[in-house]
Design a protein around this ligand. Structure first.
Ligand SMILES: Nc1ncnc2c1ncn2[C@@H]1O[C@H](COP(=O)(O)OP(=O)(O)OP(=O)(O)O)[C@@H](O)[C@H]1O
Ligand SMILES: [Mg+2]
Length: 236
């Protein structure tokens, strides 16, 4: 069973208040592909990402991770394959220490504590935060919290990485470090971002969302050109 691709087929999603956030989204990201998800504020990027691990389920349409359709029943299985870094790191960090936050996923996978320790140390080192492992996340800066959130997903060694604005609040060196780190991840990546330079550096392909619909799906350079023309039209 391959977990490494993600397929959206005619996905519509309406929030409980009636907001139609996705209006028929279809695309496939295959194994090893890195796809940037671009679009203006409110275009549906986070809503799309939240469907990839069953946190939101389509109102109509289907999401598949490998050959598994994402449903309430399969969500916990799918979450072992899909590592998601949320737009707001505070949604992910709730343990007494940074170490425990990063260990949470591996411990949930019932890994032996030596392996948990190995993974936590490696993940914290990868984001350059070994020295804060005994602190609580709320004692860190916004950028450091985001890095811990990223480490807490890396420690699970996911088959697919889904990242929502991972470079927000990062300083130049932490951002650079993150780009290098993601570049070493050889499986599928979906990256929602307003950081167009990062999208260009990491993702050969981009999808442009506009009011819940895909309006471009092409090389990142071409999609960014289309994005600029959408922004210009909005300003006029
Ligand atoms: N919990 C919610 N309840 C109702 N509507 C919501 C909710 N969350 C988001 N929306 C709406 O759904 C649409 C898509 O929002 P979404 O958060 O997916 O956008 P986004 O592209 O991630 O934006 P941003 O770039 O600001 O992060 C917007 O119209 C937004 O107002
Ligand atoms: Mg968002």
């Amino acid at each position: 069973m391959s977990h490494h691709f993600i397929r959206f087929t005619g996905v519509h999603y309406s929030y409980p208040d009636g907001t139609e956030a996705l209006k028929g989204v279809s695309f496939t990201a295959t194994h090893g592909e890195r796809v940037a998800i671009l679009g203006l504020n409110g275009s549906g990027k986070s809503t799309l990402l939240l469907q990839t691990n069953g946190l939101l389920l389509p109102t109509t349409g289907e999401v598949n991770v490998g050959d598994v359709p994402v449903t309430k029943k399969t969500a916990s299985l799918v979450r072992q394959a899909v590592g998601m870094v949320f737009q707001d790191p505070d949604d992910m960090l709730f343990m007494p220490t940074v170490y425990d936050d990063v260990a949470f996923g591996p411990r949930n996978m019932n890994l032996p504590e030596v392996e948990v320790e190995r993974r936590v140390t490696a993940a914290l080192k990868a984001v350059g935060l070994e020295e804060v492992s005994k602190k609580a996340a709320f004692q860190l800066s916004g950028g450091q919290r985001r890095s811990v959130a990223i480490a807490s997903v890396l420690s699970m060694k996911p088959d697919i990485l889904v990242l929502d604005e991972p470079s927000a609040n990062l300083d130049l060196s932490a951002r650079d470090n993150l780009i290098k780190l993601l570049d070493t991840f050889h499986h599928t990546i979906l990256l929602a971002t307003h950081d167009l330079e990062m999208a260009k550096q990491l993702c050969p392909r981009a999808i442009l969302l506009n009011q819940g619909r895909i309006i471009a799906d092409d090389s990142t350079e071409k999609v960014i050109e289309t994005f600029f023309s959408v922004c210009l039209r909005k300003e006029q």
